[in-house]
Design a protein around this ligand. Structure first.
Ligand code: NAP
Length: 281
């Protein structure tokens, strides 16, 4: 029951109506028994900073930030975490006293998801990340910080690849698709596989993949992308993007409420919602 005591958190973005965040975070508040609700707010490009100011005005309990507002949010908060500062992008805003802090939980969410399923620690691994946009950058940085021994960034455009590779520190470099053959972990951080355009190519030639590798796709809808299907056919262990989505939200939940996130309930709600959307198609 919503009352005068209910705390409100929200995600801002555009497009935002298909966001899974309200389903995941309302399931979290319910499972934790917290009197909080979560809504999606359609905020126009260029209005991200105003939305951050509104967080203060309205006394929101926390804010998630998605495209196209992550850079504006970075500039508009009172302070940023080291991760958000390095990435120049904020996806989670929380309170520290009366100051609004901008964080980026994508990389931590990615690592937590890999630790859960397929149960790997990236320390000591050779990694290839295909894609150097917002998500790819967060993953590259997280892999470098977590002890990967090599992070090769493969991207259509060279400049973003160079900038992303630098985020992994000494172990980062710009790579080529063939690097995937020698990698322990291969990550797709492009939108190739979402089925956005007819005849969409795979992000990588599956002939480069093999048994003994882990192939992770950041895409969560569909849950099994064409790349993951092809990688599984070649004997690789595979994992989709839903775990990262849930775990980055779990980090946000913890920052906002101070409580541990009920991850299992969040993951179940996300899976149910995606299954419902597939059935509704
Ligand atoms: P983004 O900032 O737009 O970056 C897209 C990246 O993909 C760029 O490196 C771009 O290369 C590359 N790319 C786009 N179209 C391509 C094509 N046709 N051929 C080759 N490369 C192409 O997007 P993002 O925010 O990083 O998101 C990337 C993917 O991750 C999306 O599918 C998104 O849904 C997913 N994601 C998942 C989570 C999660 O929690 N699971 C979180 C965030 C994002 P150029 O530099 O050459 O343009």
């Amino acid at each position: 029951m919503i009352s005068g005591e209910t705390r409100l958190a929200a995600v801002i973005g555009r497009p935002i109506r298909h966001s899974l965040s309200p389903v995941i975070l309302n399931a979290a508040f319910d499972a934790a028994g917290l009197d909080w609700r979560f809504v999606a707010l359609d905020v126009a490009p260029g209005d991200g900073a105003a939305a951050i100011r509104a967080t203060r005005t309205l006394g929101l309990g926390g804010l998630s930030v998605t495209m196209p507002h992550k850079a504006d949010a970075h500039d508009a908060v009172d302070e940023t975490t080291a991760v958000a500062a390095e990435l120049g992008a904020v996806n989670c805003v929380f309170w520290r006293g009366d100051r609004l802090v901008g964080d980026n939980t994508d990389g931590a969410g990615f690592l937590d998801a890999l630790a859960e399923d397929p149960g790997i620690d990236v320390a000591g691994l050779r990694c290839v990340v295909v894609g150097a946009g917002g998500a790819g950058r967060a993953v590259v940085r997280a892999l470098g910080a977590a002890g990967a021994i090599e992070v090769a960034v493969v991207n259509r455009s060279p400049e973003p690849a160079h900038r992303a590779a630098a985020l992994a520190g000494a172990v980062g470099r710009v790579g080529a698709p063939q690097d995937a053959a020698g990698a322990d972990l291969v990550v797709n951080a492009t939108p190739l596989g979402m089925g956005l355009v007819a005849g969409e190519p795979l992000p990588l030639d599956p002939a480069l993949l093999r048994e003994g590798q882990v192939v992770a796709d950041l895409i969560y809808h569909p849950r099994v992308t064409p790349l993951l299907a092809a990688a599984a056919d070649r004997g690789a262990r595979t994992t989709g993007g839903l775990g990262m989505l849930v775990h980055q939200a779990a980090h946000a939940f913890a920052r906002w409420t101070g409580a541990d996130a009920p991850v299992a309930a969040m993951a179940a709600a996300a899976r149910d919602e995606l299954d419902r959307r597939v059935t509704d198609r």
